[in-house]
Design a protein around this ligand. Structure first.
Ligand code: ADP
Length: 206
């Protein structure tokens, strides 16, 4: 719900001076009491303010901080993840670079028999080019970071937890996986620093 400018001012005033009468709010806003009547009635009906007889208005709604904390803690990886971008481990380094450009991502997952085998990032491609690799014949499997050294995320993991793990491991992205019966990982999505940044921007735009 969006508040108009006067309603936001009223909320600020009540948070600062509660309990406060409508006369005092009107004085602080330099308007008449009747001008405030509709706004105060809306804010009271929405349970943002409470009108306490003979006392005045008190703030009873969620603060912006508590709304943000609430939203951040309840959001899971599955709510903000993107679709996965993957190639088979036998694909050439050259073709994997083309995929990275076409899909506009910074990390590609590498699959073996349709299960997660590794991860390849921009730096891995740069390293292989500096090392003089024959990009058209060499498969990505040779230069990728491989299992079991891949950090993975689960779809019901909290976004805050994943953000911390991305920071701790100094990586941009993790595959979101489901474990199969033989303990291999089926890739069902990707969660990146970009997803998390977009999520925060969305919260504040709301
Ligand atoms: P960039 O190459 O753009 O700096 P990263 O910082 O994500 O991207 O990658 C740095 C290194 O970490 C690369 O060698 C990459 O293969 C590896 N890496 C990237 N993501 C993961 C991951 N989820 N788990 C393990 N290693 C990863």
């Amino acid at each position: 719900m969006e508040f108009n400018e006067r309603q936001r001012h009223i909320i600020d005033i009540v948070q600062k001076y509660e309990p406060i009468t409508s006369e005092k709010i009107a004085t602080l806003l330099n308007v008449t009491r009747s001008t405030l009547r509709t706004d105060l009635s809306i804010l009271t009906k929405m349970n943002i303010l409470e009108a306490r007889p003979k006392v005045g208005y008190c703030f009873v709604g969620d603060t912006l901080e508590s709304q943000v904390v609430n939203e951040v803690t309840k959001t899971k990886v599955q709510d903000i993840m993107s679709r996965s971008v993957a190639v088979d481990e036998k694909v050439s380094i050259y073709d994997a670079i083309v995929t990275m450009f076409l899909e506009d991502v910074g990390t590609i997952f590498v699959l073996s028999d349709k299960c997660l085998a590794g991860v390849i990032s921009r730096k891995d491609f740069i390293k292989s080019s500096i090392g003089g690799a024959d990009m058209k014949s060499m498969p990505v499997g040779i230069i990728m970071t491989r299992m079991p050294n891949i950090h993975v995320a689960l779809e019901d993991e909290s976004v805050v937890h994943v953000a911390k793990r991305l920071m701790d491991h100094e990586i941009d992205c993790m595959p979101v996986v489901k474990k199969t019966d033989d303990q291999a990982c089926e890739v069902i999505g990707r969660i990146s620093k970009t997803n998390i940044t977009e999520f925060f921007v969305d919260i504040f735009n709301q």
